[in-house]
Design a protein around this ligand. Structure first.
Ligand code: GDP
Ligand code: MG
Length: 169
């Protein structure tokens, strides 16, 4: 049976777990374009163009497109989000300093087109004194169902984010 291909965009600030999330979920070899970072973002390599992976989810074949986190790549948004089913906005629950950037991404995207999205809180397995989903929902002014806490390194946990997005459609 032919599966229905669905495009899902994975965005969020640098360090939110986009590359990890896509690597965890992808059943094909991930195409990534990590390069030595030109900005001081606390790690030497970062995604400059995109991450791509795909995952079989029942009747659907989900194509995951990870956007670069750095603001100078904003121009790629229109290209990446063309025809997208939905958006996963990743934020690391222990990096609240990056939330304003995440909110700007969300405002930027939703101002251009109406796209279903959820906020995915990552690093819940590592973080102490991290933000809880209810706090994150309040910050982004969203109902609690639109926020999910995961471990981006765990397949079952990461899959729950995709399923939650599908439930928003
Ligand atoms: N333990 C754990 N580590 C995570 C999680 N998400 C991301 N990381 C780690 O956080 C760092 C940043 O993740 P990365 O995928 O490079 O973020 P990106 O800049 O959004 O692509 C990496 O060291 C990851 O291994 C998570 O849910 N759990
Ligand atoms: Mg990355």
């Amino acid at each position: 049976m032919t599966k229905v291909p669905l495009k899902v965009v994975v965005s969020g600030p640098v360090g939110a777990g986009k590359s990890t999330f896509i690597r965890t979920l992808s059943q094909t070899e991930v195409v990534d374009t990590d390069e030595r970072s030109s900005e001081n973002i606390g790690k030497t390599h970062t995604t400059v163009a995109l991450d791509f992976g795909q995952i079989d989810l029942g009747d659907y074949l989900i194509h995951l497109f990870g956007t670069p986190g750095q603001t100078r790549f904003d121009f790629m948004w229109d290209i990446l989000s063309e025809g997208a089913l939905g958006l996963l906005l990743l934020v690391a629950c222990d990096r609240p300093g990056d939330f304003p950037h995440a909110r700007r991404i969300l405002e930027f995207v939703t101002s251009r087109q109406s796209v279903p999205f959820i906020v995915v809180s990552t690093r819940n397995d590592v973080a102490e004194k991290a933000w809880q989903p209810a706090d994150i929902a309040a910050y982004f002014d969203l109902p609690l169902e639109q926020v999910i806490a995961i471990n981006a390194e765990n397949v079952d946990s990461a899959k729950r984010a995709l399923i939650r997005l599908m439930q928003q459609l």
